[in-house]
Design a protein around this ligand. Structure first.
Ligand code: GCO
Length: 467
């Protein structure tokens, strides 16, 4: 059996997000976020479930960090809850909220686990939503101020600060199809949100670098899917192009090329002049770390009925699926090669160096990492208390092998973070989808390491695995 190995300093991590694991939704002065509001609105979440308690990580973080240490995890990407730190989104800072992340960071460092702090993972303070949320430019400035506050507290110990997790999902699920908080369905608002999320990245990057006590890498995490046409017909190929533009290029072009493909859409064209102010695109193009979240590909066919993209997703017959998506490991290789060739090398103008040498990229473009990859498996405890999640192990082998293939072909991928450490609250799907390497009994909060967790621990120890 061939053995796959990884570069010497390759980082093996896990990821999670505040609302999905913390619970303690109204403790120690935390304000209300749009996810609190959304979950407390009947009919929004499967089975009426909420993240009020989630997996109680707020109180059990020591046990959870110990679990990471037991698995040999080298880095942990967590998100900071904005409304815990600034209950109204702006103005007053809640020291008790910051104290929690302080304790978490110390606990991680005590266990030699590198903290990657993520400032935003879908949970806008409700007070800012009440003033319009991401479609309002003001929200981007509020975000930069929040970034400053967190940086002042954590940057003596945290060396990577990620502004946004999946800003595309924040905009599309929050303001286009309404499946996520705040549950709005408005294409114009979606385009506005997308631009302000990107702008907020640029403003926050500036604020972080100005406030950082030591060198901090500023990152962003994007959900990216290769888009394939359902057939070879010209119409389907054009549909795939449009979907790729909205799904991938809408984020990659501004962040890495300093351009926007927005005018390619009627609603974007209508907006661009008033929305994108002079200087915005220069501000957005600043990055020391590009994180890629990969789960699946998107196959589309032409469909004029569908707003904006005139394309609809289809699910090809005969392929393998999970509880949420098609399983398509080759897509990860395809994606990494594309980012490398189209965005990080090639004819692009040189990447602007980070301010005053703070930040890692120094003009040669950002580091590249897989910041999420994983699969929901309907697993449970067997008679002997073990969780035999063979399917997840297979998924991981096949996907991590594609990362290795990209590395062999010259793409300098620096790390792989599995989603997620533990089973948790899967947004609108509630507790119905389990993504963890660690099984959580949602009644008792008991944690049990799954077979996949043991497998991943071996991979980390060996810095590779047998296919
Ligand atoms: C993200 C993701 C996670 C999900 C995971 C599985 O934005 O990072 O949405 O929060 O839980 O992708 O769907």
């Amino acid at each position: 059996m061939p053995k796959l190995t990884f570069p010497k300093n390759f980082i093996w991590g896990v990821a999670a997000s505040a609302y999905q694991i913390e619970g303690a939704w109204n403790e120690d002065g935390k304000g209300v976020s749009i996810w609190d509001t959304f979950c407390h609105t009947p009919g929004k979440i499967a089975n009426g479930e909420t993240g009020d308690v989630a997996i109680d990580h707020y109180h059990r973080y020591k046990e959870d960090v110990a679990l990471m240490a037991e698995l040999g995890i080298q880095a942990y990407r967590f998100s900071v809850s904005w409304s815990r730190v600034m209950p109204e989104g702006a103005g007053t800072v809640n020291q008790k909220g910051l104290d929690f992340y302080d304790r978490l960071v110390d606990e991680l460092l005590d266990h030699k686990i590198e903290p990657f702090a993520n400032l935003y993972h879908f949970d806008l303070p409700q007070a800012l939503q009440d003033r319009g949320g991401w479609p309002e430019r003001q929200t981007a400035y509020a975000f930069a101020d929040y970034a400053r506050v967190v940086t002042e507290r954590l940057s003596d110990r945290v060396h990577t600060i990620i502004t946004h997790n999946e800003p595309w999902v924040t905009a599309a699920a929050g303001y286009f199809d309404g499946s996520h908080a705040p549950g709005i369905k408005d294409p114009l608002a979606t385009f506005k949100a997308m631009h302000h999320l990107l702008l907020s990245h640029g403003l926050a990057a500036e604020a972080i670098r100005a406030a950082a006590k030591k060198t901090v890498k500023v990152g962003i995490v994007l959900n990216l899917n290769p888009v394939h046409p359902a057939s070879d017909s010209r119409k389907d190929r054009e549909a795939a192009y449009r979907m790729d533009t909205v799904l991938n290029r809408a984020m990659l072009d501004p962040l890495l090329k300093g351009t926007t493909p927005m005018q390619e859409f009627a609603v974007g064209k209508m907006l661009t002049a008033s929305l994108i102010k002079p200087g915005d695109l220069e501000k957005i193009r600043t990055l020391d770390l590009l994180g890629v979240n990969y789960y699946t590909r998107t196959v589309v066919k032409n469909d004029p009925k569908f707003p904006v993209v005139a394309a609809v997703q289809i699910h090809p017959e005969g392929n393998e699926y999970s509880g949420m998506w098609e399983i398509y490991p080759e897509g990860l290789y395809e994606l990494l090669m594309r980012i490398w060739k189209e965005y990080l090398t090639g004819p692009n103008p040189p990447f602007p160096p980070s301010l005053e040498g703070k930040g890692g990229a120094g003009g040669i473009g950002p580091d590249l990492m897989i910041t999420e990859n994983g699969v929901p498996v309907p697993d449970g405890l067997d008679f002997d208390g073990r969780v035999r999640d063979e399917r997840r192990i297979r998924y991981l082998k096949n996907h991590i092998a594609q990362v290795q293939r990209a590395i062999s072909d010259g793409v300098p991928v620096k790390g792989y973070f599995h989603w997620s450490l533990m089973d948790n609250f899967e947004w609108a799907l509630g507790y119905g989808q389990r993504f963890g390497l660690v099984y959580v009994d949602f009644e008792t909060q008991k944690r049990t390491i799954k077979d996949s967790g043991k497998w991943f621990a071996d991979v980390i120890r060996e810095n590779g695995f047998e296919l």
